[in-house]
Unconditional design. Structure first.
Length: 217
């Protein structure tokens, strides 16, 4: 079942699009099935759940933290996390840098943009994010590597609304690339698209989709 679902999703991805299998709320057994089918990149959004899975499952899994991360939790995941996708403040970026330095690591991160209509969705407004980049302190943080952006579209059936938000994400990425990361080949990740909208996300320039329910349920 999970293997079939996974294959279906993979078959629908364009070349060069990375798939994060979002395993949050799904049991270790399910992750094992996806792992046996060849998947190595998984997304989780709660530190405690991730801790259990990380301890139980094979060590070549690349775990992406995709949820809101509290600064006091960073120390628990810093030793092993492959990517922290939802960095929504300079304060969090600083703490990741601090903990990564303690582990002698450089941690890949994405900047989370708030482009959805709902006020409940987290992330930085584009202007906040550009302000942070202009302010420049991030350049001194040698233990984090900003790899790109992530966002979640509005929870709506209005496809044109979702498309608009994805295209804004694409535009923000392009402007950031040009202004701050033109010489940085590692700044190349556009993380948007989930089970309901990843095909549209791909059409709108996503190269990193986070798909959960379509694989695991
Ligand atoms: C849960 C979650 C996903 C996956 O959502 P599905 O609809 O299950 O594919 C993707 N991104 C984030 C940030 C999530 O919390």
């Amino acid at each position: 079942m999970i293997a079939d679902n996974l294959q279906k999703v993979k078959d629908s991805l364009s070349a060069g699009v990375e798939l994060v299998a979002v395993s949050k709320y799904h049991p270790v057994e399910s992750v094992k099935e996806a792992y046996a089918a060849g998947q190595r990149v998984f997304g989780e959004s709660r530190e405690q759940e991730l801790r259990v899975k990380h301890e139980t499952l094979p060590k070549d899994i690349q775990w992406h933290f995709i949820g809101h991360l509290q600064t006091n939790k960073v120390k628990y995941i810093a030793p092993y996390i492959a990517m922290i996708e939802a960095v929504d403040s300079l304060k969090l970026l600083q703490e990741i840098n601090r903990q990564a330095e303690k582990c002698n690591r450089v941690i890949d991160v994405l900047l989370e943009l708030h482009l959805a209509q709902e006020s409940t969705k987290s992330g930085m407004l584009p202007e906040e994010c550009f302000q942070m980049l202009e302010q420049g302190e991030w350049r001194s943080l040698k233990h984090v590597r900003i790899r790109g952006i992530m966002m979640m579209a509005s929870n709506t059936d209005d496809i044109e609304q979702i498309r608009k938000e994805f295209l804004r994400a694409r535009d923000c990425f392009d402007r950031m690339k040009q202004q701050f990361f033109a010489d940085d080949d590692d700044f190349n990740v556009r993380s948007y698209g989930m089970s309901g909208d990843y095909l549209l996300a791909q059409q709108c320039g996503s190269n990193h989709v986070r798909v959960g329910s379509m694989i695991f349920s």
